[in-house]
Each structure stands twice: as C-alpha cells, then as structure tokens.
Unconditional design. Structure first.
Length: 413
C-alpha cells in the first residue's frame, strides 16, 4: 500500500518585528539645535581658556618683573621689623631679614596668581553656562523657520495639502527653501485635485453603462417565454456584468482611499468589526465557517465608511479563503501600546511567508484556488492597505501555524 503523504506544514513565522523601533531616549537625539549650542559653547570655552591663559601669563610676568622682594633691601644695625603677612620676619636675625622678605614676597605672589586663577575659572564656568543658554536660545531663534517648515511638512504628510509655510522675513536661504516647498505643495494640490476630478468623472462614466447593461439583462431574464439557452446566456452575462461593477467599485474606492481624508470623526473599531461580522454572517453560515472573537472598544479618528471597508474586506477574505470543514475566523479589537488594533485570523490553506507581500498588490494572486471568479476581483487587501495608510496606520500579515493567515491592522489613537 502506498503511504499516505504527510499534511503540509506551515512555514515558519517571520522573525522580524513589524513595529518600527523607537529610540530609548528620544530627548538625546542630536538635533541641529543641540549641535549648534554645543558648537557655540565649545568655541566660547576654547576662547575663554586661551584668554585666561594669556592673562595668567601676563600677570605672572608682571609680578615677577615688578616684585618687591628683589628690589627691597633693608640695611641697619639695630632694626625692629614686624609683619602680619610675613610672621617669619619677626624672629629672623638682621642679616637674614632680606632673604626672609624675598621668600615671603614669592609666596604672596604665588598666592595672588592662584587666587587670580581660581576666580577666573569660576567666572569662566559661570559665563560658560550663560553662553550655552544664550547659544541654545539663539539657535532656536535661527532654526525657528526650519521648525515651521517641519510642522507644515507633517501636516501635509497627514493629508492636508492646503497648508502653506508662507515664511516672512529676510530673503535668505531659509526663505528660499520655504518658498520652494510652498510651490511644490501648490503643484501637488493641483495634481491631487485633478485626480479627484478624474475619479469622479470616471465613476459616472463607468457606472452608467454597467447599470444600463444590468437593467437590460434583468428585463430579458424576467421574460418567462425566453428560451432556456437565452436565459442561461443572460445569467452568464449578468454575472460578468456584476463582476465588472465590483471591479469598478474597487478601483474607485482604491483611488479615493489614496487621497486625503479631510473629515475625521471618532470611530470605534469594535463597532466597525461587529458591522462587518453581521454582513458576512450569512456567507459564513453557508460555508460552515464559525466567526468568533471579542471586540473591545478601540476608538480612532477617521472615516467610518472606509474603516468599515477594512474590516469587511478582511472578514470576507477570511471566510472565503478557508477550509471546507471545521473552519473558523477570529475577529478581535483592542488597544495595545497606545494603538488601536484590529486582528483577523482564520484557518485556511498554508501560505508561504515569502508570498505575503504579493497579497497586498492589486490583481496579484497567490494561487488559482484562492482567487476564483466568485471570490472577488483581487483588490480587497490593496484597498485595506491603502485605507490604513490614509488613516496613518499600517497592516501586517503573517502565516498562522497549521494554515491560514493573521492580519493585524494598527491605527494611532
């Protein structure tokens, strides 16, 4: 007897972490402002040290040349010499008084130099603190136009092409950069506006003939006297027309989702997931697939219709591309690490890890059994990725042990 082939094993899970790594201490990031402050403060310290060294050397030379110990000579037979600053002279013999005075003078000159050095170092330290603070403030003032450009760029990255920098002030390099950036935004806005207009016109031009074809086919199919062959042909054409309508709707939604989302409102992913599950419930029961999972509140800012399309596409794919018996789909929503997370897992055929990226490309299919004519038009995951990006989120997929996929969509809260 031939041995029964072993069931295919699921490919190993990818070892990479889809979340972008974050710096442990973001406040230590070497910004231009910090570097300019260090440069200004370092130059001040170097100049101060050089100036202090020159002053110290000049003071030492002046004290050495004009020291009183070398020119001071005391002569006499009987002298009563006393000094508070040089106690050794009080008890010194007469012939040693000059030597003692010279030693005391040298000690006092060294004390004066040491005192001058210590006071100068303290003054230099205080001035260095002031210099660093002043350099930080001045660097912030000089770099304020760059901060304005950065904030505008972030707003534009958040799909707000109407923002402009409109930098005023002297006609320098920063103003030239800001004006160039404004010109680029103007061209981008015109391009996106033209694209939106084209999408609207294409929506009307493509939907109208398909709707007319569907109406004509339905009218002919409603005729009870029509031949059987004609009815069968009409049903085939109607199914083809319906698939074309789905393709057009998917393409238009994909084009719209790539554009900016102007109106954002609080949307609970749990409610969105529940709506998607309710819409796919009938299809899941017909295929014998059980839908389970807990939907916890996870509120994000976005467009409710587009977010619902994400959940609907993921749940539909999970139900349609499942096993024939004993299949299940798990839909969960929650908030993790400050992000709203939607996870859709399902049983299904084994998916190689190297094929995951192809699933998100328009009309790119894994294999024929996953993309039959009754399972969609090959745009579901492309729409999901596009809508997620428009909301500032991202989607990650990886194979599940035993077959199937785990789709994880994250959104900023």
């Amino acid at each position: 007897m031939a041995s029964t082939p072993a069931p295919p094993q699921a490919p190993p899970k990818p070892t990479w972490d889809p979340r972008s790594p974050q710096a442990p201490f973001p406040w230590l990031r070497p910004t231009i402002r910090i570097r300019l402050t260090l440069l200004y403060g370092g130059m001040f310290l170097i100049a101060g040290i050089l100036l202090l060294s020159i002053i110290y050397l000049l003071a030492a030379q002046a004290l050495h040349e004009g020291g009183g110990g070398q020119s001071l000579q005391i002569r006499g037979v009987s002298l009563d010499v006393s000094s508070a600053s040089c106690p050794a002279v009080n008890s010194a013999p007469v012939d040693e008084i000059n030597s003692v005075l010279r030693q005391c003078d040298a000690v006092q000159r060294q004390h004066a130099l040491d005192d001058l050095l210590s006071r100068s170092l303290l003054a230099l330290l205080g001035l260095a603190v002031i210099a660093f603070a002043f350099g930080y403030a001045m660097a912030g003032r000089v770099l304020s136009p760059l901060g304005r450009i950065t904030r505008t760029a972030r707003a534009v990255a958040g799909s707000d092409l109407s923002r402009r920098i409109e930098l005023d002030g002297p006609d320098d390099e920063l103003k030239e950069l800001a004006d160039t950036f404004d010109d680029m935004l103007e061209r981008l806005q015109r391009a996106f506006t033209a694209q939106q207009r084209f999408v609207g016109n294409a929506s009307h031009e493509l939907r109208t003939p398909l709707a007319i074809n569907r109406t004509l086919l339905e009218v002919h199919l409603s005729d009870p006297n029509a031949p059987v062959e004609l009815q069968q042909l009409g049903k085939t054409l109607l199914a083809t027309n319906e698939r074309s309508e789905q393709l057009v709707e998917g393409l238009l939604l994909l084009a719209r989702s790539d554009n900016q989302i102007v109106e954002r409102k609080p949307v609970d992913l749990a409610e969105v997931a529940e709506q998607a599950v309710d819409q796919v419930h009938g299809e899941a029961v017909a295929k014998g697939v059980v839908i389970q999972g807990e939907q916890k509140p996870a509120v994000v800012q976005g467009n409710g219709v587009l977010l619902e399309r994400i959940a609907l596409n993921l749940v539909q794919n999970a139900v349609r591309y499942n096993v024939s018996e004993g299949g299940w789909v798990e839909v969960t929503t929650e908030v993790q690490h400050g992000q709203a997370v939607l996870v859709v897992s399902n049983t299904g055929p084994v998916v190689p890890a190297y094929e995951i990226d192809n699933l998100f490309e328009p009309f790119r299919r894994l294999r024929t059994e996953r993309t039959g004519s009754d399972k969609g038009v090959g745009l579901g995951l492309s729409i999901v990725r596009s809508v997620a990006r428009a909301h500032g989120g991202h989607i990650v997929a990886h194979p599940r042990e035993g077959g199937g996929l785990v789709m994880r969509v994250t959104f900023p809260v």
